[in-house]
Design a protein around this ligand. Structure first.
Ligand code: ATP
Length: 361
């Protein structure tokens, strides 16, 4: 059994602060949706409104077709893990994990089975008999998560549930959480400011800023087709290159140029961007770097810095006052000071209206 969640025109004011501003969102049954955005953009407030801990100033929270604004938090049947977790420190890990199931009257065998499974998933099996008071931060966070996961709620709200874990276990839990969610077909709203976490786990991502959803789509839609400078720069590591650019018409083509770096579009493609100041934006992975810098189509740049990351290498390139990042295969092995030829396929370049920050192409 999965749940569908709809938020309609949600606004939340705290005095003069507008934490959430006319937010409308539909989360499908069994969907894993992430709210991604910088600190203070309204993610946690949105979650607290769904959970029933905050009342919206305006707007409706609808679960499976029913408006639940007036249903108290404890009666909403929603699973929640917040950043500020509270667990019973006098109880053992097992007692903490089984508490909710005991309250529900589950039998001993069923409880042991569910707790055992979740403990194993969260790497807590060895800690089951330990008193919770002896746990470190990472273990405490996993117990808080486990207490909710054992209940298998059809709608699960998670607010940065992996934030206190170290890198290795964080990576494992990302995969395990996603696997469990798919198996149970849970509807999940996941709050994070970590783009990699959002990209790797979600069916869709809603990118938020200043209380609003700027764009919503699958991870690859958000990555490949950002609709604004904000989304383009928030997603992607290494970050997208953005350069102020001028537009000229040469023959039937529109040429977008920053210094010696030029990209030609056919007229229709760039028409929308023909007024005002523009910026050209392109991912480091879309930059074509060649050893041969003499080709007419390529712009000559000098390798400024090389960052080998194992599976790929990030190269910082410079020419006069133009600086960009490119990603090349490790076998390319560029050397600092080397001259290379750089080109960017027109279909991979976004044009941004400099004044509004909107991607116009
Ligand atoms: P973070 O990741 O830092 O938690 P967030 O994106 O979750 O950030 P919120 O915590 O929802 O953002 O906060 C949104 C805005 O509302 C912020 O300006 C915050 O200061 C404000 N805010 C949140 N809760 C309250 C409150 N109880 N009283 C007053 N202002 C609040």
């Amino acid at each position: 059994m999965a749940t569908k969640l709809v938020l309609r025109g949600i606004r939340k004011e705290f005095g003069s602060t507008v934490a959430v501003d006319d937010l409308t969102l539909s989360v499908e049954e069994g969907e894993f949706l992430s709210l991604l955005g910088p600190s203070g953009c309204g993610k946690s407030t949105t979650l607290a409104i769904i959970a029933g801990f905050e009342a919206p100033t305006r707007g409706d929270v609808i679960v499976d077709g029913r408006r639940i604004n007036d249903v108290p938090a404890q009666e909403r049947g929603i699973g929640l893990v917040f950043q500020d977790y509270a667990i019973f420190t006098r109880m053992s890990v097992f007692e903490n994990l089984s508490f909710g199931l005991r309250v529900r009257g589950l039998g001993r065998v069923a409880i042991e089975e569910r707790v055992g499974r979740v403990a194993s998933l969260l790497h807590l099996t060895e800690a089951l008999q330990r008193p919770s008071v002896s746990l470190n931060m990472s273990e405490l966070q996993r117990v808080a998560l486990g207490r909710v996961l054992v209940l298998e709620p059809p709608l699960l709200l998670l607010d940065e549930p992996l934030s206190n874990l170290d890198a290795a276990i964080r990576l494992t839990l990302r995969t395990e959480l996603r696997r469990l969610q798919q198996e149970l077909r849970q509807t999940v709203v996941y709050v994070t400011h970590d783009q990699i976490e959002a990209m790797s786990m979600s069916d869709r991502i809603a990118v938020m800023d200043a209380g609003r959803i700027l764009q919503i789509g699958s991870p690859m839609e958000i990555f490949d087709c950002p609709q604004s400078r904000f989304v383009a720069t928030f997603i992607g590591d290494p970050p997208i290159n953005i350069l102020p650019a001028s537009l000229t018409t040469v023959g039937g083509h529109v040429v977008v140029r920053h210094g010696g770096l030029a990209v030609a579009f056919n007229g229709a493609q760039a028409q929308a961007a023909l007024t005002g100041q523009v910026e050209m934006a392109f991912r480091p992975t879309d930059v074509v770097v060649r050893r041969d810098s003499s080709s007419r189509a390529a712009f000559e740049m000098v390798v400024d810095l090389v960052e080998p990351l194992g599976s790929e290498t990030v190269v910082h390139l410079r020419a006069m006052d133009t600086a960009i990042r490119a990603v090349v295969p490790p076998a390319f092995a560029p050397r600092v000071g080397e001259r290379v030829g750089v080109s960017i396929p027109a279909e991979r370049v976004h044009l941004i209206d400099a004044a509004s920050g909107i991607v116009v192409r």
